[in-house]
Design a protein around this ligand. Sequence first.
Ligand SMILES: [Zn+2]
Length: 208
Amino acid sequence: MKIPVLTYHANNITGNDYHTNDLVALKYDLQLFDKLNLTVISTHTLIKWLNKEVNLDTSNNYLVLTFDDGTELDLWDWQHPYQGFQKSAFTLMQEFKQTTGRYIHATSFVIASPETRAILEKTCLAGHKIWGDSWWQEAEESSILSIENHSWDHLHHTIENVYQKDNIKGDFSVIDTQDDAMKQIIDASSYINSQIKNKHTKEANQTS
Ligand SMILES: [Zn+2]
């Protein structure tokens, strides 16, 4: 059995149709999941299944939802200055849950470094202040979203000095030393977890 992992970037908004707006795409895809009778499982359940800690009914078709680069748009609706009102991924998933009665869950992979996120707001988001971390706690407390680690600095090409021994950017395959891996994986996770009270005490309930 194969389980696809779908990734959306909620901050990818240059219009309001499927190809120009990941939130619009998510809304349509959720309807499709319902129509095709696909069962969403959490990343936690996926990992348990990969580790053979849980069984999944092989007569079902499963998928996993993830949001990359975690911004506030994963949780909170937003009035985009040019593209208008945007329902957050959380709002769309909550509506899906209410209308279909189906289980829904997604993991937001967030960038740990506050300095990096502040720079990325300027270099990637035209200065929109939506890359903070004040939403992490509320997201984690919801039964719909989990917050997990998407590196310390994303090795982003607009960051002057990244945590990579030769300051090589743009590709995680260049993280090939213990020190760099510690920073991007262990230290980043520790920072993220330190910002969220009672992290992981509320394991997402999985129906299946
Ligand atoms: Zn990313």
